[in-house]
Design a protein. Sequence first.
Length: 112
Amino acid sequence: MTPLDLIETEPGQYSLLLDAGTTSVDGLVEELGHEPNGYFWEGVAQLLVRHEAAALDGRFSSDPEGGMFCAYGTDRAALEELGARMAAVANDPDRMRELMTLAAATGFEFDD
């Protein structure tokens, strides 16, 4: 799930974390006109859930900041699946391009 981390913050409570600016696709994200901050990665999560993983909808909350993406909740399995999907984007320039093309085609706007 690298570069994301899933931690148990207290019994039964989990957080999925990504330090913004630490992925191998950050340069590509900037080339495509975005800032790879926590808000951008929240948009990535929203796109993935909306278009590829609808079963995750409503199973976690997010609380991004400029320097970090954070999703949290009690459903560890949902956060694990989201983390795996986000890691695939964060580690593969072609996958990031596909997602950015999807965003443009559907009118999705990142809040970065």
